[in-house]
Design a protein around this ligand. Structure first.
Ligand code: 6PG
Length: 401
């Protein structure tokens, strides 16, 4: 488990002279999956086995058992299967480790895990911001809300750590530690890679991508500070219905989390086909139920939906999913409306809602985009009433003057 990138290549180079045919190297870091596939192919020529293993769980996972996502040849996996199953976190559904697939499949799934992680963290941080800015709740009060949500359908590791975070006082200032932390979110690459792959495969993952952008934007602190001084925000005077806002926020977060996971699952399914990984999605969701950062009660619901129809790679195709989301749609509209009144950025909530609106819309305005493309670049278009590819001679109708 070393830093991804050159350090891994250097380490492999230093190990190889000491290895025999049939020996196995395992990379348990957050390596970019195409690098794993490349390394595996190079080592294969020397008869050395290689596994790219996604490991999630942080420091606690290392002690209590992480979620383990191994990829590579089945032969290599079988050599260490017993060991990995013993190390892995355990749930009622078994150890949180399963053979993911060929090549860089394990690291691909870890990357996706992290993309989802970015999305979920973004959603919780938006909920915090709304409670802080609209309801003016204290850290202790926010902690109580999160703790309460953690007892319900939002139960998850990230919710659990969030309520704990809000309890901690900074020793130096005696203020909540969270208030003393600079608002610039770091990232090491896995979220960005997930976004890049979604673009490469043409599979929309707008909530995950928005979470990456939101972190990028947070880095421009100096610009934000300066601009915030130039703008006069006409904020509402006060907010009375605290209970309503909190209960709607809980539903809005459930909606957003569902959308984030559904985008991730769809991406896994398409990538599995594109890269020949042959990934069993139910199994991936099962091993995410323990040990890892995105473990959440909601995973059981996704497994249930997928097990009903394995072809439902886009969860929205399930009736159950649609009614689950529609039950919450008014809450998301309510919360995003309030956020706008208060000038609160809600990248995660907005992108999830727009993703859903787009997916349930028969006619999007993409027809106009197509015709604009045809106007300025003769990119052609399809028609709704006739098969074929069409182009309009725009110069004929609107001659250049
Ligand atoms: C995990 C975490 C772990 C790491 C993240 C942080 O599953 O245990 O995801 O791998 O903490 O990669 O990523 P960022 O630094 O990009 O937020």
């Amino acid at each position: 488990m070393i830093k991804p990138g050159k350090a891994v290549d250097d380490m492999i180079q230093s190990l190889v002279p000491h290895l025999n045919k049939g020996d196995l190297i395992m990379d348990g870091g957050n390596t970019y999956f195409p690098d794993t596939t490349r390394r595996m192919e190079e080592l294969e020529k020397k008869g050395i086995l290689y596994l790219g293993i996604g490991v999630s769980g942080g420091e606690l996972g290392a002690l209590q058992g992480p979620s383990i996502m191994p990829g590579g040849t089945k032969l290599a996996y079988e050599l260490v299967e017993d060991l990995l199953l013993k190390i892995a976190a355990k749930t009622a559904d078994g150890p949180c480790c399963t053979y993911i697939g060929n090549g860089g499949a394990g690291h691909f799934i870890k990357m996706l895990h992290n993309g989802i992680e970015y999305g979920l963290m973004q959603g919780i941080s938006e909920a915090y911001d709304i409670m802080r800015r609209v309801l003016k709740l204290s850290a202790d009060e926010i902690s109580e809300v999160f703790e309460d949500w953690n007892k319900g359908d939002l139960n998850s590791y990230l919710m659990e750590i969030s309520y704990k975070i809000f309890k901690l006082q900074d020793e130096k200032t005696k203020r909540p530690l969270v208030d003393m932390i600079l608002d610039k979110a770091g990232q090491k690459g896995t979220g960005k890679w997930t976004a890049q792959i979604s673009y490469e495969l043409g599979i929309p993952a707008s909530s995950i991508n928005a979470a990456v952008e939101s972190r990028q934007l947070s880095f421009f602190k100096e610009d934000r500070v300066e601009l915030s001084r130039k703008v006069n925000k006409d904020l509402p005077k006060g907010f009375s219905d605290r209970e309503k806002l909190i209960s709607q926020l809980e539903k809005a977060l459930l909606f957003t989390n569902f959308i984030i996971f559904s985008q991730g699952i769809w991406l896994i399914s398409e990538a599995s086909k594109a890269y020949g990984f042959d990934i069993n999605i139910s199994e991936v969701l099962r091993i995410w139920k323990g040990g890892c950062i995105i473990r959440a009660k909601m995973l059981d619901f996704f497994i249930e939906i997928i097990d009903e129809n394995k072809d439902n790679v886009n969860l929205l195709n399930s009736e159950k999913a649609l009614s689950y989301l529609m039950e919450k749609i008014n809450s998301v509209k309510y919360i995003t409306g309030i956020a706008k009144d208060y000038y609160i950025p809600t990248f995660g909530l907005n992108s999830s809602l727009d993703y859903f609106f787009s997916m349930i819309e028969e006619r999007l305005p993409a027809n106009l985009i197509q015709v604009q493309r045809d106007f300025f670049g003769a990119h052609t278009y399809n028609r709704i009433d006739e098969d074929g590819v069409f182009h309009t001679d725009w110069n004929h109708y609107f001659p250049l003057s």
